[in-house]
Design a binder for this molecule. Sequence first.
Ligand code: COA
Length: 462
Amino acid sequence: MFSRRAVSKLTTSAPAGFSRRMASTKSLRETLKEVIPAKQEQLKKLKAEHSQTVVGDVKVENIIGGMRGIKAMLWEASVLDPLEGIRFHGLSIPECQKQLPTAPDGKEILPESMLWLLLTGQVPTTEQARELSKELAEKGELPKFVEDLLDSLPTTLHPMTQMAIGVSALNHDSAFQANYEKGMKKADYWTHTLEDSLSLVARLPALSARIYRNVYKPGTDLAAVDKNLDLVGNYSNMLGFGDNKDLTEYLRLYIAIHGDHEGGNASAHASHLVASTLADPFLSYSAGLQALAGPLHGLANQEVLRWQLNMLKELDGKVTHSDIKDFLWKTLKSGQVVPGYGHGVLRNPDPRFIALQEFCDTRPELSSSPLVQLVKQTFEVAPDVLKEHGKTKNPFPNVDAASGCVLYEYGLKDFKYYTVIFGVSRALGCVSQLVWARALGLPLERPKSYSIDALEKLIKSQ
Ligand SMILES: CC(C)(COP(=O)(O)OP(=O)(O)OC[C@H]1O[C@@H](n2cnc3c(N)ncnc32)[C@H](O)[C@@H]1OP(=O)(O)O)[C@@H](O)C(=O)NCCC(=O)NCCS
């Protein structure tokens, strides 16, 4: 019932200000220099003509309800439709799967292609994607002091905390900060933000793999960055899974399609807020990672797997629909949420969940796995149970319902680490927006807050 086609209607027209010209030989920087002035003009015109146009109401329920639904942010790279799911500069996930270049030895979206799309609004050529892979590999080594810092952390410290510490420390080499101190012009903000952003994305595999090695494989060798590999090829290799081509492909797909989910989600919003103070990309994304570490957001993927494994254990591996139904009710009656289900915006099955399910369907070793089958069976049962339970506005699976089981089946079983992989992915969208925020001169964020008394007074005065 929920095929890809049902969740994504084809839209081939590019958003205003962008052309989807392929076959360009321009570098990433040249491409940005070309597309940024058009966007700046578009925003200038919007400001001049529509600054006072009303586009929504703010109700008391929005103020006390976590600002749900308030239209309050500019975010260039992607827009999330509640029914259709995410579009990256207008492209749905299936469209990205058709159009974006893959790795030389792969069929899944190359995260560098997605980064290019998020940054420029254009589909890169294969050569452009390869050039970006090369640049990232060249910048991929960690400074020695960051390696030492990571090695000094207790292995009992959660991998996400370690990641946020490491990313924060990378600001030692921030081009934005160094040039800001020298007194750079506003017009140059975005170029230094771009340099920092690429350096951050480039270093994430070495940083994240080092955390994995330290916590889960202490004393083992860590591969060096291979200048001939793409970002995820290197990441997989450094994690010790370089020989597993299927896992590497899965990581490419997961990291690409999980890279951005518009701006209001907690990690994107946190990094955007911090960046609005003109903090550099390392500090800003470190804040995003801290938000990602919360169980209602990025940590959900580890919780989902824990819950699924508990179910398999309790039901002794032989699972029927009726067993799953009972287990779901047991979870709900104990006052817990069903992890991997529900969403702050989506009101349909998440197209990212569907893309990951399709990946599993093409691989016999995955589709025959009890864990992967459990994810599928749960999808057949859970929406009706959640509807009957009657609380969640979205009884359907989100991406995390499926993201962990493949990692587990392919041998990456340390699920406390899974959110770090999400952290490698979400950097793509967050840093792209940081570049746009600086290019468009977006201001310091400063929403108005009220105390309960002040809100009551405001209501009386209306
Ligand atoms: C994602 C999530 C945090 C969105 O929260 P939200 O926008 O507040 O969701 P809703 O508006 O639908 O919540 C309304 C109620 O339904 C409950 N609810 C939401 N999702 C639920 C779920 N999966 N299982 C049980 N109850 C759920 C909420 O806890 C809330 O209950 P309350 O009124 O007692 O506080 C929420 O759906 C959730 O906790 N899901 C499980 C964790 C998860 O998968 N997170 C990953 C997100 S990508």
